[in-house]
Design a protein around this ligand. Structure first.
Ligand SMILES: [Zn+2]
Length: 65
């Protein structure tokens, strides 16, 4: 029952991955994310704070210029 393990991992929403303009367009899972982010690749749009939150794994991406 690996589903339980995945659910437990996704409940921990305290993850922030810093990216740079070189990482754009931003998508998740990225090369910087680990095994927690196993889901179909999704492209993320940065908000006005240069942050983006993945709806699948709840990882927050923060753009550093
Ligand atoms: Zn994700």
């Amino acid at each position: 029952m690996t589903h339980q393990t995945v659910a437990a991992a996704t409940n921990n929403a305290d993850r922030t991955v810093k990216v740079t303009s070189k990482d754009l367009p931003l998508y998740c899972p990225s090369e910087k994310s680990q095994l927690w982010a196993e889901h179909p690749r999704v492209y993320l749009k940065l908000d006005h704070d240069n942050q983006s939150n993945c709806p699948y794994c709840n990882t927050t991406y923060l753009l550093e210029s």
